[in-house]
Design a protein around this ligand. Structure first.
Ligand SMILES: [Mg+2]
Length: 217
């Protein structure tokens, strides 16, 4: 029997989805990268698209084209109008607290830098104390590196095989979690069959059903 002790979850696209917010982040990303590199927005877009083919995640692609992720997320957090674009969703904090009241340790692992992650969480009304830990790319290398996952396990004091990782992207974040031995849950509206994915749910709140199944094994 596998006794699950902890949940590591991604933030963006997993605990919430907001296309309008994502579109504005995309626009600002091109603005910041083009300014920093001294190239047109079109050229910045081209370089990022090419980088993404190699680096998989946006955060790593931004670094690949020559902009530090720390600079990028600082700038993004200064320019993004968080509370205008993202509405509070008290269900998320309630869900995270519910998981903890059931005895699970919970950490958010995001490739965002800390100021941007806190801006997003603030707008959604997810207080820091709703989770046991928040791991961002300000402290540790971003996913797809194993480092943020290992930091999460270390902070929560749990082994990988007793941990569930929940995210919305297979190659970017679920694959490294599976490679470390975690049980993986993909949040997706589509049926996905992948050796890296153990369960697919169309809403993060359905994680409770997955945990029930796992506890019954
Ligand atoms: Mg995500």
């Amino acid at each position: 029997m596998t006794k699950i002790k902890a949940i590591l979850t991604d933030l963006d696209g997993t605990l919430y989805r907001c296309p309008k917010y994502e579109a504005e982040i995309k626009r600002l990303t091109l603005e910041i990268v083009s300014e920093k590199l001294g190239v047109s927005v079109e050229e910045a877009q081209h370089r990022l698209t090419e980088a993404r083919k190699i680096c998989v995640t946006l955060t790593r692609s931004i670094e690949y084209v020559g902009v530090s992720r720390h600079y990028f997320y600082d700038e993004l957090s200064k320019r993004l109008r968080y509370t205008e674009l993202l509405k509070p969703d008290p269900k998320i904090a309630e869900f995270l607290r519910q998981l903890r009241s059931m005895g699970y340790k919970v950490a958010i692992i995001t490739n965002s830098g800390r100021p941007h992650a806190l801006g997003t969480m603030g707008a959604l009304k997810i207080p820091l104390d709703a989770v046991d830990a928040l791991i961002t790319s300000s402290e540790v290398e971003p996913k797809t590196s194993p480092k943020p996952y290992l930091r999460g396990l270390e902070l929560l004091g749990v082994p990988a095989k007793e941990t569930v990782y929940m995210g919305d992207r297979v190659e970017d974040e679920v694959k490294p979690a599976k490679e470390l031995g975690m049980i993986t849950v993909l949040v997706s509206n589509q049926e996905v069959v992948s050796p890296w994915v153990d369960y697919v749910i169309d809403s993060p709140f359905k994680l409770l059903e997955v945990l029930k199944k796992l506890e019954a094994c």
